[in-house]
Design a protein around this ligand. Structure first.
Ligand SMILES: Nc1ncnc2c1ncn2[C@@H]1O[C@H](COP(=O)(O)OP(=O)(O)OP(=O)(O)O)[C@@H](O)[C@H]1O
Length: 637
């Protein structure tokens, strides 16, 4: 690697080091001038005599700043790469991310940001220019922002503006890059598409650079072929990423970071004051501090806030990990799995891979946290999963588990073998009720702002919630959702609210009652029945084959989507596939939820009886009818 060295006589000259002997160095991040000839190049450096060039200012800045930080060596891309050598350029592009990773300091020199204040009372004058800076819009600067351990920003006068941590929120707002990525979380924790999106609207001089500038972010190395075009460059990049994907995909069929953010967003955001109580419980504290207690089971009824508690716990654990991580640059780059041959995974493969990761020597000093929400919603192989959890909850594994579920005896019996450290939400009813009250105050104040309630209405609504929530978050969330309906007038809000009975099951009965009043309630009922019975989420195309569509609706996909929208308290549509909004709604329809037989009976009386055998028979016979339109005996003659 070539580096610039500032000598004792204040001259700057080029040096070259073998990879294993590279001394500590600073690295510059900047944007190239539109007139490339203004930059101080490799040729300028080797030929000499070009120090008067405009571009030399940034070299001088970097030398001075490095020297202030006690660094003799530094690297600047304008003059440390001999671009006339295609081999050297190739090596540089494939190594650049690592060079930024390994640098002791990364200085971002912003020639368009000035700290010269026309008026000392304007504070801070540079911020606006900083936020609009072209440095945030260029392609290569993305990896420079993410790769380096420390990124420090400087004005054109060389004045320090802040670093990636202190300016984190501004950088996040301008670039859309999650704070986690700016704080040093492992990049493999972010999904492929998400990482691609960070580069989306950035400008590059060469089209191919759109793909090439992502090599480091995906930890891949492939030959650069300028002239191949953007599409081909991306195709090759994706092929390389996908090489690892069969294995990674089996370990991570969805991206858990993305899932967590999606869940929090869909549920209206995570409220710290409604989960922080759990961090103070003896059960959590014991799990956290003791090596003998490697498994914590959080159990509770539907809608008691288990998912959100886990989201909060993850945030909390992450906070304590990040301060450790930022000092370890290796964590910027995801550790490579050593997989020489890989075959598509079965659950046994999955278990094998996971077990070997958990045994990884590297974990001897660092614990790994694995967190599973809603074990009771695990449809296949629940027993194997419980087996894996119990087997790995003791030495020599350095893993710590937190799992959540309802109070199922099947789960209880298995987990009891390794832990008695159970956190029951019912036994902590007081803390949960307080947390729900906090949630109510928050939701009602939000709703009041949105709907412009007067004080009297607001207080009356708040009181109704406080008296009827019964410590169930989900009840509050669902009733708030109903009150937020734009069609509901303020003068009618309280009266409507009083038609929502206390208790989750009563609420579901009311929702069914509402659906019953619709013109196409029969179709809604059939769709709900089939969706609750089938093993996997069903697509729109499939459901039209199974339920009887009224005349006029058969060829109207939008109409069907609208009908599903009418069942919105129970169902949701994603990518033309119908899902239950939440498990408790499905359980209710199947008559499975606890203590709801009376309510289920009421639903039954409303004509929403769900006889599973009957629904199965309908699915079977309708499916046969559909295939019979195409298939016949001895079809190939
Ligand atoms: N800390 C919190 N911050 C914000 N919202 C919360 C919080 N806790 C609960 N909620 C709200 O309550 C709803 C129910 O909570 P959550 O989904 O966590 O319950 P659960 O016990 O996991 O339910 P289920 O057993 O049905 O899966 C959420 O959709 C969310 O709207």
């Amino acid at each position: 690697m070539r580096l610039l060295e500032r000598t004792n006589t204040d001259t700057i000259h080029l040096t070259k080091f073998p990879i294993k002997d590279i001394p500590p160095y600073a690295i510059l991040s900047h944007t190239w001038s539109d007139k490339e000839e203004e930059e101080f190049s490799f040729k300028d450096l080797t030929d000499g005599g070009a120090d008067s060039k405009h571009g030399f200012n940034k070299i001088r800045f970097c030398a001075d700043q490095a020297s202030r930080d006690g660094l003799r060596f530094f690297w600047v891309d304008t003059c440390c790469i001999d671009k006339s050598s295609s081999a050297e350029l190739q090596e540089a592009i494939n190594s650049m991310f690592k060079w930024y990773c390994d640098a002791a300091k990364c200085y971002v020199y912003l020639v368009y940001v000035s700290t010269h204040k026309p008026n000392v009372n304007v504070n801070p004058t540079w911020k606006q220019a900083f936020l609009q800076c072209r440095w945030f819009k260029r392609g290569w600067t993305l990896q420079e922002l993410i790769a380096s351990k420390t990124v420090e920003f400087f004005s054109k006068e060389g004045e320090y503006l802040g670093d990636r941590q202190t300016l984190g929120n501004d950088i996040h707002n301008v670039t859309g890059i999650p704070l986690g990525a700016l704080q040093g979380y492992t990049l493999s924790g972010f999904g492929n598409e998400e990482r691609m999106s960070w580069a989306k609207n950035r400008k590059k001089t060469h089209k191919e650079d759109k793909a090439y500038s992502l090599f480091g972010i995906f930890d891949v190395q492939i030959p650069i072929l300028y002239g191949e075009g953007e599409d081909k460059a991306f195709r090759r990049l994706r092929e390389e990423i996908n090489k690892y994907d069969p294995c990674l995909a089996d370990l991570r069929s969805t991206d858990p970071w993305h899932d967590k953010r999606r869940i929090e967003h869909a549920k209206g955001g995570l409220l710290k004051d409604s989960y922080s109580w759990v961090l103070e419980t003896p059960e959590f504290q014991q799990w956290r501090s003791s090596n003998d207690n490697r498994l914590l089971w959080i159990k509770g009824d539907p809608g008691k806030g288990k998912t959100m508690l886990l989201c909060g716990i993850i945030d909390e654990l992450q906070k304590s990990l990040v301060s450790g991580l930022t000092h370890q640059q290796c964590h910027r780059r995801p550790p490579r799995l050593n997989i020489t041959s890989y075959h598509p995974a079965t659950s046994t493969h999955f278990t094998q891979i996971l077990t070997s990761i958990l045994q990884d020597a590297d974990l001897e000093t660092k614990p790994m946290y694995l967190i599973i929400d809603a074990l009771d919603e695990c449809i296949t192989d629940l027993l194997q999963l419980l087996e894996l959890i119990t087997q790995t909850s003791s030495a020599p594994f350095r893993v710590k588990w937190i799992v959540s579920s309802r109070k199922w005896t099947q789960i209880e019996e298995k987990l009891a073998i390794v832990t008695q450290n159970n956190l029951s939400l019912e036994l902590n009813a007081k803390s949960v009720a307080n947390a729900v009250d906090v949630y109510i105050y928050y939701k009602i104040s939000q709703l009041s702002i949105k709907k412009k309630y007067n004080d009297k209405t607001k207080m009356a609504i708040q009181d109704y919630f406080l008296s009827n929530a019964n410590g169930t978050f989900l009840w509050v969330a669902l009733v708030c959702q109903a009150l937020a309906d734009p069609g509901l007038r303020n003068w009618n809000a309280l009266r409507t609210l009083q038609t929502f009975p206390a208790g989750l099951d009563s609420l579901y009965v009311r929702m069914i009652q509402e659906i019953k009043g619709y013109e196409h309630s029969g179709l809604c009922r059939d769709i709900l029945a089939v969706t609750a019975t089938v093993r996997r989420p069903i697509s729109l195309e499939e459901i039209t084959s199974i339920v009887e569509m009224p005349d006029g609706l058969c060829d109207e996909p939008e109409a069907l989507e609208e009908i599903i929208g009418l069942c919105g308290s129970f169902l949701t549509l994603q990518d033309k596939t119908i899902y239950f909004v939440r498990q408790s709604a499905k359980d209710f329809l199947l008559g499975r939820a606890s203590n709801n037989s009376r309510h289920f009976q009421e639903a039954f009386n409303w004509g929403f009886h769900l006889d599973k055998e009957e629904v199965n028979y309908t699915i079977y016979s309708r499916s046969l009818e559909v295939v019979s339109t195409v298939l016949r005996r001895d079809i190939y003659g």
